[in-house]
Ligand binder design. Structure first.
Ligand code: BTN
Length: 264
């Protein structure tokens, strides 16, 4: 991968600027810095390797050079989009799911709120961060990390959730830039549906563990709740039926979700 290969693979997409790094700390940090310096909506940062890749909940995200995709898209949401900021995170996960399904015929699911699973193993993580100047939103950064090749897959004993890669499911090698272009096509297409009923329907249709028992861990207070996944409510919260029969909605945030019964 290099900048000119990226440019031709992404031609025709509404990407305003492309910044390619052979190695950087975190593409999210680069994208946020660019936003702060006035970079336009649709500024893309891609790196072959990250030395300080970050995951949700303060975790580390490892990007294996040559085998993983790590990129961040800096957006400047319009006023109407600012009413749906919380949906940028599922948008990113959904875009990866749709790209895999529509362009590669690989069945993928969203582990609420936004991890992407193939055959119940995580192939993609999403970290969306907003950048504020006081109470004014400067922009949002959609950070997406995808395990493309086998070398990007961490062993089961080193991760909280079992991982896999796209090439395993596809059964053939895959050019990372090709997948990047496919995901960005879906990002821009879903962006126009942000917060709509159609967006909500797509998210629910791709929801993993529907009808199954899961455990939700609240990482701050250390609480845990078990319940059956019913779906996603209009605010993006996960709807669960508890063993008592009552229903609750869980807000995304400092929560971790895992299935109670797994064949893995
Ligand atoms: C998670 O699963 O916890 C989210 C992982 C997000 C990783 C991506 S890789 C590109 C971008 N840069 C980062 O430092 N993190 C995100």
């Amino acid at each position: 991968m290099n900048e000119s290969i990226l440019r031709s693979a992404l031609a025709g997409l509404p990407v305003a600027q492309i910044h390619y790094f052979v190695e950087t700390g975190s593409t999210n940090d680069q994208a946020r810095m660019l936003l702060e310096q006035g970079a336009p909506d649709g500024t893309l940062v891609v790196s072959n390797a990250q030395t300080q890749g970050r995951g949700r909940l303060g975790r580390t995200w490892v990007t294996t050079p040559g085998a993983a995709l790590a990129f961040s898209l800096a957006l400047r949401p319009s006023m109407p989009e600012q009413n749906h900021l919380a949906f940028f995170s599922p948008l990113a996960g959904l875009a990866v799911c749709q790209a895999l399904q529509l362009e590669y015929r690989v069945a993928a699911e969203v582990k609420w709120p936004n991890d992407v699973l193939i055959n119940r193993r995580k192939v993609c993580g999403v970290l969306v961060e907003a950048s504020w100047l006081g109470s004014r939103l400067q922009g949002v950064v959609l950070g997406i990390g995808i395990n493309v090749g086998l070398a990007a897959v961490p062993p089961d004993d080193q991760v909280l959730f079992p991982a896999a890669c796209v090439e395993q499911a596809l059964g053939r090698p895959l050019e990372r830039v090709e997948l990047l272009a496919a995901v960005l096509r879906q990002v821009f297409s879903l962006r126009s549906a942000l917060g709509s009923a159609a967006f909500h329907t797509m998210w629910q249709e791709h929801l993993a563990f529907r009808g199954e028992e899961v455990r939700v861990d609240w990482l701050g207070p250390g609480e845990t709740v078990d319940g059956q996944v019913l779906g996603i409510d209009p605010n993006g919260n996960l709807r669960l039926r508890l063993q008592t029969g009552s229903e609750i909605s869980v807000a995304a945030g400092d929560v971790r979700l895992r299935p109670l019964r797994t064949g893995l």
